[in-house]
Design a protein around this ligand. Sequence first.
Ligand SMILES: [Zn+2]
Length: 169
Amino acid sequence: MVISGPFAVSQSRPDTIGYSRWAPAARLKGLLETLQAHDVSLLVDTRLQPCSSQLKGRYGPKDWTLQSGAAGLAHHLGRIGVEYLWLSELGNPQRHDPDMAVLRAHLEDGGMRWPVNRGLELLRGRIEGDDVVCLLCTCRDAATCHRTVIGEAVRARYFGERLDVRSLT
Ligand SMILES: [Zn+2]
């Protein structure tokens, strides 16, 4: 998903993107080229855990995981002038629940004790700026990914019809 600004314009749009759309060998190239094609200037990482699950081997660091130094997704985005922002507050607190019941309950509650509501405030601030914003998650299908729930929530809570959410993948 990508969210673009500035938002004085009525036809602004937010977009989302899921990198599993591309096979591993083509993943980084496909992701970067798609972001560039849509003039994205800020990629907001909504993964709860953007780092690799292991330090080495099959589940070790990849180009699309968060790493330190000159490696990983933040580094590669920097090479093409796209800002990287990890909003850990926007991660899905229960990723083994296809209905996203916990996440939806926190959104409905609206209270700041729940991370997603703090994350939406932060996201709103960036959408109101001059950035073209895209929300990143792993999932191939935007329709079943929490990033779409997040995008729709920020739209409904702060922007209404001034914001439009769409998937780039
Ligand atoms: Zn997802």
